[in-house]
Design a protein around this ligand. Structure first.
Ligand SMILES: [Ca+2]
Ligand SMILES: [Ca+2]
Length: 261
């Protein structure tokens, strides 16, 4: 259905005059707690958009109005119809006000705060999956000092913030024998975990509860250590690389799904 009526919402197909993506801007405004600029009161003057620096306005403006369009005693400048939260054509809307920006920032700091960490986790997950897929396709990174520094840096950040620390380094070491891979990753996890815990403790994000959570993992770690020899012998028969790629892709997908679910 094309936007043949002068309304912002019913559009399914991008068509003139709602072809510049401002409908998305308008809807993101709603998502971040903005109301329509005319106060959603039909054409009355009693409603408010709860923003102080937008003039009181009767009803929605459509098309490309001539300046000024005065309503609700808002002379001489009239309605702020160039605002994204009005209903004018895309080329006619150009701005949010400072008051609207403040309201959106408050929303991002409050009810929508999970957006920032969520987006970061999806980005990390997608990067890990992409890295593993590029490896499958034949891209090969040699563990030169520069590559290792980069992988270690990325793994440190992603490990501390999103709990995927292994894949970046494991992908670099995937072509090595199982012993080199296990030894390197074990050393990395011991040093990396200590660094992460120290940093988190310094910024007040590590306490007794986190220590208890960590202790809950000890039985699994011991069981893994005891049960691993037969698996290690099997993996060392040439399956190490497949295991690294499989676990990396799985971890990346899990991170993405956890956020999108
Ligand atoms: Ca207002
Ligand atoms: Ca109104």
């Amino acid at each position: 259905m094309a936007c043949s009526t002068p309304s912002r919402h019913p559009g399914w197909v991008r068509s003139n005059p709602f072809h510049l993506g401002r409908t998305a801007t308008h809807e993101v405004g709603h998502y971040l707690n903005l109301f329509h600029i005319w106060g959603d009161d039909g054409t009355g003057c009693g409603g408010s958009d709860e923003v102080a620096d937008t003039p009181n306005q009767a009803g929605p403006n459509v098309g490309a109005p001539a300046f000024p369009h005065v309503s609700c005693g808002n002379a001489p400048n009239g309605d702020l119809f160039v605002n994204y939260m009005d209903y004018v054509d895309d080329p006619a809307m150009v701005m949010f006000t400072t008051g609207q920006a403040t309201r959106m920032q408050a929303c991002l700091a409050g009810p929508r705060a999970s957006l920032s960490t969520g987006a970061f986790e999806v980005l990390v997950g997608a990067t890990v999956v992409l890295g593993a897929l590029l490896s499958v396709a034949g891209l090969r990174m040699r563990p030169t000092p520069r590559v290792l520094l980069g992988a270690g840096f990325v793994a440190g950040i992603t490990g501390t913030t999103t709990s995927i620390g292994g894949p970046p380094l494991a992908l670099v070491y995937q072509h090595h024998g199982g012993e080199a891979l296990r030894g390197t990753l074990a050393g990395f996890f011991v040093m990396g975990s200590m660094l992460s815990m120290t940093t988190l403790a310094l910024v007040g994000r590590f306490g007794a509860y986190d220590l208890l959570l960590g202790m809950a993992l000890i039985p699994g770690t011991v069981a893994g250590y005891v049960l691993s020899p037969p698996f290690v012998r099997w993996l060392d028969r040439g399956y190490t690389r497949a295991a690294v790629l499989g676990v990396s892709i799985g971890a990346g997908l899990l991170l993405i799904l956890r956020r999108l679910a």
